[in-house]
Design a protein around this ligand. Structure first.
Ligand SMILES: Nc1ncnc2c1ncn2[C@@H]1O[C@H](COP(=O)(O)OP(=O)(O)O)[C@@H](O)[C@H]1O
Ligand SMILES: [Mg+2]
Length: 236
């Protein structure tokens, strides 16, 4: 079963003049444990599509199924519950709460889901260990590097064994070496079974993908690597 399945999904922003077709009839299928990458220029619809998959926004048309749930048919409450327990988000600028320790940041989604504080913190410590940050529990975000902050954000996205990580330009604010380390970490999580869907415009990240989805002006376009073989050319 697909972790994410979109069939001709669209999201149109009304706007003042012409409506903006931010996501235009996009179909895709991501199997559990894949690392799928959305690529495309700024404004091509990557963030809008990730927000739809994560239930932060809803399609205007088409059918979007995430972890067996029809995202259009679900209540706000059901979507909020999914984001707390099954889907984790990672952003370019980490979005950690600066007044909480790293451990408290990671425990937050579980506490929000009603898990007892002690249990939540034990799970948070486990998640921090999983991203290679065992000894920094009591630090504050400002006391660690950008790459470490992004690791914390990834720990917060997986804590409680959530099934999908959605990462919007997760390496966008990092130097190339640190970005590469973050991609390796996400790739490792996908090999352990967590489905990862991320956006990037850095071609250096593409070799980590099991699947690349290229967007242009909200539409999915074929690229050289996934275009069908031109048989004429192949025969020549
Ligand atoms: N809340 C919004 N209201 C109106 N237009 C939006 C909104 N969010 C995004 N857009 C437009 O939708 C298109 C896709 O944006 P976005 O999904 O942010 O692309 P990307 O993440 O690839 O840069 C752009 O034309 C953008 O201006
Ligand atoms: Mg974006």
């Amino acid at each position: 079963m697909s972790a994410v399945k979109a069939v001709r999904v669209s999201r149109v922003y009304p706007g003042g003049g012409e409506p903006v077709r931010a996501v235009d009839q996009v179909s895709l299928s991501v199997a559990a444990g894949e690392l799928a990458i959305l690529v495309g220029a700024s404004g091509s619809g990557k963030s809008t599509l990730l927000n739809l998959i994560g239930g932060l926004d809803r399609p205007d048309s088409g059918k979007l199924t995430v972890l067996g749930t029809d995202m259009s048919a679900s209540s706000e409450k059901e979507l909020a519950r999914m984001r707390l327990t099954r889907i984790g988000f990672v952003f370019q600028d980490f979005n950690l709460l600066r007044d909480l320790t790293l451990l408290e940041n990671v425990a937050l989604p579980l506490e929000g889901a009603g898990v007892a504080r002690r249990t939540a913190r034990d799970a948070a410590a486990k998640a921090l260990a999983r991203v290679g940050l065992s000894d920094l529990d009591d630090r504050f975000p400002s006391e660690v590097s950008g790459g470490q902050q992004q690791r914390v954000a990834i720990a917060r996205a997986v804590v409680g064994d959530r099934e999908i990580i959605l990462a919007d330009e997760p390496t966008g604010a990092l130097d190339s070496t640190t970005g590469h380390e973050i991609m390796k970490l996400l790739s490792g999580l996908s090999k352990e079974g967590t489905t990862v869907v991320l956006s990037t415009h850095n071609p250096a990240n593409l070799p980590f993908a099991s699947q690349v989805v290229t967007l242009r002006d909200g539409r999915r376009v074929e690229t050289d690597s996934d275009a069908p073989l031109d048989t004429e050319a192949a025969r020549a």
